[in-house]
Write a protein that binds this ligand. Structure first.
Ligand code: SF4
Length: 125
């Protein structure tokens, strides 16, 4: 990992077991363009016992990095599909990703129900 250019934003070092999460996906094409590879990896994962104010500040700083990342969409989908349980990915915190996933599940159920209803109407007609 390269030394980040804006170390003043760093809140804490990334726990060693969490750094490789991004580095595990070496085969993913989007990964090579990830801004966070040259950036402050400490912004993306919470250190243990991080106070709420510090977490919010760190997450906002991470999101600012994501906002200028050319692979934000790919990264976000990766994190949603895995799903990645920790950290900021694709500009979303873990809690925000849970909300997106819950919405997707609800939408899938609604689509399934609509398809069933349509099938019943078609069969009856
Ligand atoms: S969107 Fe954010 S977390 Fe994802 S690769 Fe880009 S900078 Fe890293």
């Amino acid at each position: 990992m390269l030394q980040p250019p804006h170390s003043s934003l760093q809140v804490a070092a990334v726990p060693a077991q969490r750094v490789p999460v991004r580095d595990r996906d070496q085969d993913a094409p989007w990964h090579t363009e990830a801004v966070c590879r040259r950036d402050e990896a400490g912004l993306f994962f919470a250190p243990s016992k991080e106070p709420t104010a510090a977490r919010l500040s760190r997450e906002e700083a991470a999101k600012r990095v994501c906002a200028r990342c050319p692979v934000m969409v790919e990264c976000r989908e990766h994190a949603l599909l895995q799903p990645e349980p920790y950290g900021v990915w694709g500009g979303l915190t873990a809690a925000e990703r849970r909300v997106v996933l819950a919405r997707r599940r609800r939408r899938d159920v609604e689509l399934k129900n609509a398809a069933r209803t349509t099938g019943r109407i078609a069969a009856a007609g």
